[in-house]
Design a protein around this ligand. Structure first.
Ligand SMILES: [Zn+2]
Length: 312
């Protein structure tokens, strides 16, 4: 198995203030853990290229792209919403984050990698077609998905999102799109307070009550996602891989553990193997407790690499 690991040093330069939880320390913690355990050396590492404006426009409105560029500050922070701020390095980092997913999609379709993890920030799944919110600017997974359709002619793509927050941006962009199946597990009621009613045929919402643990998560995912994925037969599997549903994460109230992330990654890989020639691209979304973020990404990567969870 070849697992690609795509990131970029510039993703560390996007700053939203000294106390903001979506900080460069997240990527630092992940890299330190993967280096310490040797997992990084099992992967095929590369730097993300910046996404083009044309590719961004497959998922976002031109007016929105113009507005972001117009508001990008040369110093200080520009507030887009209460917790989403743009600094001078934000858009460069955001272009690389989306570009990572685009490169990942190209790698799996060109048989350069079996699967891909994009260790990037800012995250993407709250970014709607015309709205930045929830620490997100460009919807990285949505941009990669749209690119996969345009460049590689893929007709059916599944997006699996196990962040503690529902991926409202991805729903906004692809609601009622028969070529996309979105499966999203999340704490409910909770942020983002929108798009959580299941009124679209192609959106499978799996709300979990605060306090739900891995047993409940697995039971619901198996009962709801598996039959839908088997019926849909995706030709590409994309993961919005947020790790803020971990028990130790201060952002949410779910109680997942590393082995639950290993499990759901294996489930996604199984679907990709059966229907998509193994093609799977995963992108980092949330995860704010640095230690559990790092060990959860480690478990995720072990599954992608086909290593046992107990691999030293
Ligand atoms: Zn989240």
């Amino acid at each position: 198995m070849i697992t690609a690991y795509i990131t970029h040093p510039h993703c560390m330069r996007h700053l939203m203030g000294p106390t903001h939880p979506e900080s460069p320390k997240r990527l630092e913690a992940i890299r330190a853990r993967l280096a310490l355990t040797g997992i990084l050396t099992h992967t095929m590492q590369s730097d993300a290229p910046p996404v083009t404006r044309e590719t961004l426009a497959l998922a976002h409105s031109p007016q929105y792209l113009d507005a972001l560029e117009a508001h990008a500050p040369t110093q200080g922070l520009h507030e887009l919403d209460g917790d989403t701020h743009m600094g001078q390095d934000t858009l460069t980092a955001a272009r690389l984050a989306a570009g990572a997913v685009v490169r990942g999609v190209d790698q799996v379709f060109r048989h350069q990698a079996d699967n891909v993890f994009c260790a990037v920030r800012p995250p993407g799944h709250h970014a709607e077609r015309g709205t930045a919110m929830g620490f997100c600017f460009y919807n990285n997974i949505a941009v990669g998905l749209a690119h996969a359709r345009q460049r590689h002619g893929v007709e059916r793509v599944a997006v699996l999102d196990f962040d503690v927050h529902q991926g409202n941006g991805t729903v906004d962009i692809f609601k009622n799109d028969p070529g996309v199946l979105i499966c999203s597990s999340f704490q409910s009621p909770f942020y983002p307070w929108r798009y959580q009613q299941g009124q679209w045929d192609n959106v499978l919402n799996t709300p979990l009550s605060a306090g739900a643990d891995g047993h409940e998560f697995r039971r619901r995912v198996e009962a709801q996602w598996l039959p839908a994925l088997q019926a849909f037969k995706p030709q590409l599997v994309l993961l919005s891989a947020g790790f803020d549903a971990h028990r130790d994460d201060p952002m949410g109230g779910l109680n997942l553990l590393e082995d639950d992330y290993y499990w759901v990654t294996q489930l996604a890989l199984d679907i990709a193997r059966v229907y998509a020639e193994g093609r799977l691209v995963s992108a980092l979304e949330g995860g704010y407790h640095l230690d559990s973020l790092a060990t959860s990404v480690e478990a995720h990567l072990k599954a992608l690499l086909g290593l046992p969870l107990g691999h030293p």
